[in-house]
Design a protein around this ligand. Structure first.
Ligand SMILES: Cc1cc2nc3c(=O)[nH]c(=O)nc-3n(C[C@H](O)[C@H](O)[C@H](O)COP(=O)(O)OP(=O)(O)OC[C@H]3O[C@@H](n4cnc5c(N)ncnc54)[C@H](O)[C@@H]3O)c2cc1C
Length: 411
């Protein structure tokens, strides 16, 4: 008789686990509480789906700063190039972009989801949508199946549990997995938002809402000591900052909040050293020598940013450019090199790209993804205490752990 497997959660981890188990001969039922599969996957990478990263496995593991070593087996068993081949064979070839980020050639997350759906159909996985599981059934230390909210039970030889984390709950991953796992004896490392927009003290950020700065460098300072820095794109929001470099830095912010004063110092012109920037300012000031200061920065800065900079610097806005002193020009140069934003907090889980925390990794066998506490129960994806920086690592981890569970549930 075929091994009967129930998979809970139709995200990348669950779909990969279900398809892999079915491909290896199991009879698989996939339960998903939403009306569709892969709701979060559809919005990944701003709808383009940064599905993995084209770096070495070692570098990938480094991108999971705290629990990366747990992923050795999963990432070596189903590495990034295999994931790319997998999607290419399903008709979704991929390409590599800046920072070794891998996207579908079509730039469409929808293609990734459709390919996975086609894969599940092809392998004969039975899918039941609008089915919210709310209990893991365990007898004498072994899983027997799961029960949904309406009291229907789904008995199985083995269960793969992939309900995701608690971030972006509107996509379905609302953290309900944690309680169910605690009920069967697992410990959950405290849940926090990670890869999340930051909130700033300075009120002026609101006037910049929607402004994206490309090719800037942001240093993260704790008590005036630089602890990290990132180069790339930054976005201003209604009460702070976001965008790729901020999301990456936010991981450190989440773990250091409360330890002292946290600041971002944004270098608006990282390609210009101080002398070159000063020369550039002198040229601009010569060109606009008869204008007022507030009308002289159009060649250097985006127009939305000019009133903020003019406000922050001590040069009067209506001062004639040809009367600006060397000291004043130096002050302006410093501001352009180090625009300070004081961090007072982060946005919550609702706006976090990933969840930090989850099922303790020492309670899961990293070679198989089987629970060490409940036999025949397998865990994969973001429900586990694994989270990485941006760059495609989080999805690779979901696919790799899902795959590892998928091959190990089949006897
Ligand atoms: C806006 C955004 C953009 C992102 N972009 C990227 C990116 O480009 N690259 C990257 O690597 N990562 C990205 N991520 C992170 C990535 O999407 C997640 O890490 C990944 O989806 C986790 O996969 P998962 O299968 O573990 O969980 P999920 O994708 O969250 O899937 C879990 C599934 O389980 C279902 N479920 C939950 N509870 C139950 C229940 N009780 N019963 C039945 N079903 C249930 C949910 O409805 C959901 O469908 C992004 C995240 C967000 C929010």
């Amino acid at each position: 008789m075929k091994t009967e497997i129930v998979v809970v959660g139709g995200g990348p981890a669950g779909m990969m686990a279900a398809g892999t188990a079915a491909q290896n001969g199991a009879e698989v039922l996939l339960l998903e509480k939403n009306e569709q599969l892969g709701k979060k996957l559809l919005i990944t990478g701003k709808g383009r789906c940064n599905l993995t990263n084209d770096c070495s496995i070692e570098r990938m593991i480094e991108n999971f700063p705290e629990t990366g070593s747990f992923l050795y087996s999963a990432l070596y068993t189903f590495p990034n190039h295999q994931l790319r081949n997998f999607f290419a064979e399903l008709g979704v070839p991929t390409k590599v972009e800046r920072g070794d980020r891998v996207f579908p050639e079509s730039d469409s997350a929808r293609d990734v989801v459709d390919a996975l759906k086609g894969y599940l159909k092809d392998k004969g996985v039975e899918i039941r949508l609008k089915t919210a599981v709310n209990e893991i059934l365990v007898e004498e230390g072994a899983v027997k199946g799961v029960m949904d909210r309406d009291g229907n039970s789904y008995l199985a030889d083995k269960v793969v549990f992939t309900p995701g984390g608690a971030s972006y709950p509107t996509t379905g991953s609302s953290g309900d997995g944690y309680e169910m796992l605690e009920t069967v004896g697992h410990r959950i490392k405290s849940i926090k938002p990670s890869l999340v927009p930051l909130q700033a003290k300075e009120g002026w950020v609101a006037s910049l809402e929607g402004l994206t700065l490309k090719n800037v460098e942001a240093g993260l300072y704790l008590n005036e000591e630089e602890i990290d820095s990132e180069f790339g794109e930054l976005l201003f929001t209604d009460d702070g900052v976001s965008g790729p470099i901020v999301l990456t830095l936010s991981r450190d912010v989440v773990s250091r909040l409360g330890e002292g004063s946290l600041k971002l110092k944004i270098d608006l012109k990282p390609a210009l050293d101080e002398q070159t920037l000063d020369n550039r300012l002198q040229r601009d000031f010569e060109k606009y020598s008869r204008k007022q200061f507030k009308n002289s920065l159009g060649d250097l800065l985006p127009s939305k940013l000019i009133p903020v900079i003019v406000d922050l610097v001590s040069i009067p806005a209506d001062k004639k450019v040809n009367q600006i002193t060397v000291e004043e020009r130096r002050e302006l140069m410093q501001l352009v090199k180090e625009l300070e934003v004081t961090i007072i907090g982060t946005k919550g889980l609702r706006q976090a790209i990933v969840t930090k925390g989850g099922v303790m990794i020492d309670e899961i066998d990293p070679q198989t993804m089987e629970s060490k506490l409940v036999s025949d129960l397998y865990l994969a994806g973001e429900v586990i205490d694994i989270d990485a920086y941006t760059g495609g690592f989080n999805l690779q981890a979901a696919f790799s752990t899902g795959y590892l569970a998928g091959i190990n549930v089949v006897d």
